[in-house]
Design a protein around this ligand. Structure first.
Ligand SMILES: C[S@@+](CC[C@H](N)C(=O)[O-])C[C@H]1O[C@@H](n2cnc3c(N)ncnc32)[C@H](O)[C@@H]1O
Length: 502
């Protein structure tokens, strides 16, 4: 019965139900696990399969479509499987302490596969409107199939205990008020504590919050990180128009002049997207590419050469190539990984078919400055980073990163930016971008490099951020850099610094 226990609408754990009337389970199964249905719901099985693949290093957003296709899960069931997989993965920082408390044991004593089953069950009970009996029965049935008969008894006991309390009641148990507030927020909003601390520092460090507003802003940001992002589309200039996307059911973006958003439906069903003339792309990424294309350069080049130093998989490169073509400029897209260079070629195929000249190459961006000194008018460094600004998109990402990554990435980010400066012609501009607001990947990198390179000066990037009506984008902080925020702009947390070389 794949439709059994489907929610009317997903409910996010960070938005408590009516606090006056705490939810109490209405129905409870009295069957023993061995008496329950032996058929396992394909949607829940698909969610479990993806969770296990993610535990082995897969990305949920890439794995899920494959598993849904392989198991023939479609339509409403596919929506249910998606919410279940993403919610259980994203919210495990909240569910794990609840599961441990309900199990009466520390989670290192629970098998990893059984824990994934319980996370899926906890999300059905606490994060979705799945009736208690269905959530318990189906989770126990799933456990029997994938974890074995012995484990299903344990899962049954834990699920029943979880179902005895509402989310609000569990929050009072696992995240009580009165202690370290940032540690509490980490549990309530399911983020690693170091990430919560880093985001708070970033809100203050980028001038997005004051000491008076930072606590409320931080809460808004953590909530925004747990909300699935809307589907944003870009109409690649010269290849497609926003009007064309609107005719297909999208709504014109108020933020990006080349953007639209899709409330429902498959973006791949839109002809312009299918043909690569338009694409799914965060509006923040669109604004960044537009800003880099708009800064005046003083190189005197008759035909500008633009460089995307870290181009894979090519979203910004495609926008830069089409914007560049409108100014008579040619783009060179470089990427370190061969596989991702292939993705860049695919992404750029529609532009090439339309006669736009682009060059694509594989190479270490750190060498390009030496190999092609003072060769480019505009250079984008969209640096490899922790992705802490794009947590909405990758439900597992927050659990994969650690503070040690910052040290590894910091050296690479500085070297790539230095190489970009070397590759830029005097009078040209470099854009340094990350999809992370972490200060160690943004302001500190740019600050260190600028100190070492008196031949560059910082341009106020805010002057080049204009919305769909041509008005300045609001809330860009105190400059000269731009930091976008999921809770303020509805975009990924993108950073951009613009540097001019003299
Ligand atoms: C943030 S992603 C770029 C996203 C891309 N600009 C887009 O909009 O689709 C960073 C890219 O840098 C690449 N990269 C990592 N180290 C690099 C290096 N040393 N040189 C060039 N590219 C590198 C990664 O493989 C990854 O594809």
């Amino acid at each position: 019965m794949p439709e059994q226990g489907r929610p009317d609408q997903p409910r996010r754990p960070d938005r408590p139900r009516n606090p006056q009337r705490p939810h109490r389970p209405q129905q409870r199964s009295v069957q023993r696990p061995s008496e329950r249905s032996r058929s396992t719901d394909p949607a829940r099985l698909a969610a479990y399969t993806v969770m296990r693949a993610v535990a082995d290093g897969a990305y949920a957003n890439l794995e899920l479509p494959k598993v849904l296709r392989a198991k023939g899960v479609r339509g409403r069931d596919a929506g249910f499987a998606t919410e279940l997989t993403y919610g259980a993965t994203r919210m495990r920082g909240l569910y794990d302490p609840i599961i441990a408390s309900a199990a009466g044991r520390s989670l290192d004593k629970v098998d990893d596969a059984v824990l994934d089953t319980l996370r899926l069950g906890a999300h059905q009970l606490l994060g979705m409107r799945v009736p208690v009996h269905a959530a318990v029965d189906e989770t126990v049935g799933l456990a029997r199939k994938v974890n074995g008969a012995g484990a299903s008894g344990f899962v049954n006991a834990v699920m029943r205990r979880i179902s005895e309390r509402s989310l609000e009641e569990w929050l009072a148990v696992v995240a009580p008020e009165g202690g370290d507030e940032l540690a509490r927020l980490a549990v309530v909003h399911s983020h690693p504590e170091w990430v919560v601390r880093a985001l708070r520092a970033a809100l203050l460090g980028h001038g997005a919050s004051t000491s008076d507003t930072v606590d409320a802003d931080l809460r808004d940001l953590l909530v925004a990180d747990n909300a699935p992002p809307k589907v944003s589309l870009v109409a690649r200039p010269g290849l497609a128009t926003v009007a064309e996307l609107v005719e297909e059911g999208a709504t014109a973006s108020t933020l990006s002049p080349v953007g639209a958003t899709l409330d429902a439906g498959d973006p791949g069903a839109i002809p312009a997207v299918r043909e690569g003339r338009a694409a799914v792309q965060d509006e923040g990424s669109q604004l960044l590419a537009l800003a880099l294309a708009a800064v005046p350069v003083e190189t005197g080049s008759e035909r500008q050469r633009w460089l995307d130093l870290c181009a894979g998989p090519g979203g910004k490169a495609a926008l830069l190539a089409t914007l560049g073509a409108q100014q008579g400029a040619v783009l060179f897209a470089n990427e370190a990984s061969e596989h991702r260079t292939d993705l860049v070629r695919q992404t750029l195929a529609a532009a090439v078919d339309a006669g736009i000249e682009v060059m694509v190459g594989t190479g270490d961006g750190r060498d390009l400055g030496e190999e092609e000194p003072e060769s480019f008018d505009r250079v984008l460094v969209d640096a490899p980073c922790t992705g802490l600004g794009a947590l909405r998109r990758r439900p597992e990402a927050r659990w994969r990163r650690s503070p040690a990554d910052l040290a590894d990435l910091g050296g690479l980010q500085r070297e790539l930016l230095e190489s970009a400066i070397a590759a830029t012609k005097p009078g040209g501009v470099v854009g340094y971008a990350t999809c992370s607001p972490h200060l160690a990947e943004t302001r500190f990198v740019v600050g260190d490099v600028v100190k070492k390179h008196p031949e560059v000066s910082v341009v106020d990037a805010r002057d080049y951020f204009h919305d769909a009506l041509g008005a300045p984008v609001a809330d860009l902080g105190e400059g000269p850099y731009v930091q976008l925020w999921p809770h303020r702009h509805g975009t990924d947390g993108m950073f951009l610094a613009l540097l001019r070389k003299h």
